[in-house]
Write a protein that binds this ligand. Sequence first.
Ligand code: NAG
Ligand code: NAG
Ligand code: NAG
Ligand code: NAG
Ligand code: NAG
Ligand code: NAG
Ligand code: NAG
Ligand code: NAG
Ligand code: NAG
Length: 491
Amino acid sequence: MAPTYTQLFAAACALATTAHAVTPIEVQGKDFVNSKTGDRFQILGVDYQPGGSSGFSTTQDPLTDADACLRDAALMQGLGVNTIRVYNLSPDVDHSKCASIFNGAGIYMVLDVNSPLSGGSLDRTDPQGTYNAVYFEQVFGIIEAFKNFPNTLGFFAGNEVINEQSVYEAPAYVRAVVRDMKDYIAANANRSIPVGYSAADVRPILVDTLDYFMCNMENSTTSRADFFGLNSYSWCGDSTYVESGYNTLVEDFSNASLPVFFSEFGCNAVMPREFTEVAALYSDKMDSVFSGGLVYEWTEEANDYGLVAINSTDVATLLTDFKNLEKQYSKLDMTSVESSNSSQTSKEPVTCATSLISTTTFLNSWDLPTVPSKVADWIKSGYTNATVGSLVAVSATTIPQTIYDYNGNKVSSVKYKVLASDESNTPNNSTSIDSSTSNGTTSSTSSSSSSSASSGSSSSSSSSSTSAAAGLSTSVMGLLTSATLFVAFLL
Ligand SMILES: *[C@@H]1O[C@H](CO)[C@@H](O)[C@H](O)[C@H]1NC(C)=O
Ligand SMILES: *[C@@H]1O[C@H](CO)[C@@H](O)[C@H](O)[C@H]1NC(C)=O
Ligand SMILES: *[C@@H]1O[C@H](CO)[C@@H](O)[C@H](O)[C@H]1NC(C)=O
Ligand SMILES: *[C@@H]1O[C@H](CO)[C@@H](O)[C@H](O)[C@H]1NC(C)=O
Ligand SMILES: *[C@@H]1O[C@H](CO)[C@@H](O)[C@H](O)[C@H]1NC(C)=O
Ligand SMILES: *[C@@H]1O[C@H](CO)[C@@H](O)[C@H](O)[C@H]1NC(C)=O
Ligand SMILES: *[C@@H]1O[C@H](CO)[C@@H](O)[C@H](O)[C@H]1NC(C)=O
Ligand SMILES: *[C@@H]1O[C@H](CO)[C@@H](O)[C@H](O)[C@H]1NC(C)=O
Ligand SMILES: *[C@@H]1O[C@H](CO)[C@@H](O)[C@H](O)[C@H]1NC(C)=O
C-alpha cells in the first residue's frame, strides 16, 4: 500500500531533524559548555525584536514569520552570530519554522518568558498580586513552545524586574519564578534547559542582585539561577577597558559561580558604532568572568540601535554598524573563545546568607513564596493548553528578499546554509557578507549551499522558507517530488 503524504511527511521530518540539530548547551560551573564536545560556549549574540514592541501580539511575534527568520538567519550566519535573544513571545502561536531555521543555521535562542500583555509578567510594585496562575499560563506556555528545540539555550525568568522602583520583596518572587520554571522543566521537558535572570545595570544593587540569585539554598536548590545577564551600555565610542568601567564590572562579577554575559550591550551615544568593546569582551581580561554578550539590537527601530534596516517585507539594508560588528567578530580568535577551563567549570556556589547582601534596601532573606496550587498541579502534570513546537525540516538556501549594503549596493547571493549536526555558527572571514564600496559591483557571500539540501528548495518567494526537507536520505527523496514536499508543508 502506498504511503500517504502525511506518513511521508512524518518520515521526512524525523530524518531531517535527526540530521541537522545543534548540540544543546549546558551550564558547568561558571561557563556554558557544549554538552557533547565539552568546548566552552560563549555568546556572540544579537537581541532580536523586529518591529519593537508593536511587533508583538498574541498572534504574531518575532518567531512567527518564516520568511523574515530565513532572511535574518542567513544574514546572521554571515555576520558570525551564534545566539539571539527574543523578548516578547506568544504561547498561542507555532514557532516551529523559525526555531528550526535558526537551529539549522547553528544559532541558539535565549528566550524571555514574559509578555507585555496584562497578566504576562510580575509587577515589580506588586509581585505578590501578580505571582499567580494567570501569569504562569504565559510562563509555562513559552516553555512548552520551546522545550523541544535543541537550540533553546535558556529562558529568562525576568528582565530588569528589580530596580529603583521595585518593592523590597521583589527578588524573592523572581527567585520563586526561577524555581517554578526549573521544577517545571525537570518534570516536563526531556533535558535540563537553563533558567536565568537579566538585570538592569543599576550599579549600587548589582552585586547584591547577583548574589541573591546565584547563592545556593539547601532547602530550595532549584531556585538558584543558572545564569545571569546584564544589560549594560557603559562602553561608548572607541572607549577603553578602564574608561568604560568594564574593569569594575569584572571586579563586581569576579566571584560569580554561574555564567554571566551581557544580555544587551552596544551604546549608541557615538555613531556609527565601532564595537571596539568586542575585542575586550572576548579577551583574557574579561573572559574568565563574561561568557560574551548580545548586541542591542538586530533591526533599526525608532531608538536607533539597528544593525539592519527592514525597508519592507521584500527589502532590507545592512547598516554601517553591521559591517563594523562583522569586522570586530572576524578578528576574534575562536580557539581561545571556545577553550574550556576546568577551574571555571568546577566553580561551586556559596550558600545563601544574610551577610552576602550589603545594601540595606535590598532583601536579605530567602523566604520564597509558596507555589500557587494550580501552578503546582501544572508542574506535576504538565500545562496542556499550549502550542508545543518541534523541529521541522528546512532546506531553503536562497532568501526571497533583496539586500542592500550601506552604500546602496545590492548584496547578491546571501545564502542560508544548513550546518552539519553539532555545528554552531562562528565568524568566518570566508563566508562573511562582503560588499564592495564601489557602486554597481555586487558582492558575494558564502559559496555553496548545504550539500544535502533537497530540490524542494524553491526560488519562489512564498515557499522558500518553509519548504522541503534537508538531509533526506536519497531513498526517501526518491519517493518525493518537490511538488509533494511543498504540498506536504502547506498542510
Ligand atoms: C527529547 O524530545 C525531542 C523532541 O520531542 C526528541 O527529538 C528527543 O529525542 C528527546 N530526547 C530524549 C532524550 O528523549
Ligand atoms: C568576593 O569574595 C571575597 C571572598 O569571599 C570577598 O571578600 C569579596 O568581597 C567578594 N567580592 C565581591 C565583588 O563580591
Ligand atoms: C532602508 O532604510 C534605511 C534606514 O532608514 C535607509 O538608510 C536605506 O537607504 C533604506 N534603503 C532602501 C533601499 O530604501
Ligand atoms: C579573519 O582574518 C583576520 C585577518 O586576516 C585574522 O586575523 C582572523 O583570525 C580571521 N578570523 C577568522 C574567524 O577566521
Ligand atoms: C582558567 O580560569 C581561571 C579563572 O577561573 C584563570 O585564572 C586561568 O587563567 C584560566 N586558565 C587559562 C588557561 O585560561
Ligand atoms: C531556606 O533557607 C534560606 C536561607 O538559606 C532561609 O532564608 C529560608 O528561611 C529557608 N526557608 C525555609 C522554608 O526554611
Ligand atoms: C487556552 O488557551 C486559549 C488560547 O490562549 C485561551 O483562549 C483559553 O482560554 C485557554 N483555556 C483555558 C482552559 O485556559
Ligand atoms: C549606488 O547606486 C544606487 C542605485 O543606482 C544609488 O541609489 C546609490 O546612491 C549609489 N551609491 C553610491 C555610494 O554611489
Ligand atoms: C569558513 O567557511 C568556508 C566556506 O564555507 C569553509 O570551507 C571553512 O571551513 C570555514 N572555516 C571555519 C573556521 O569555519
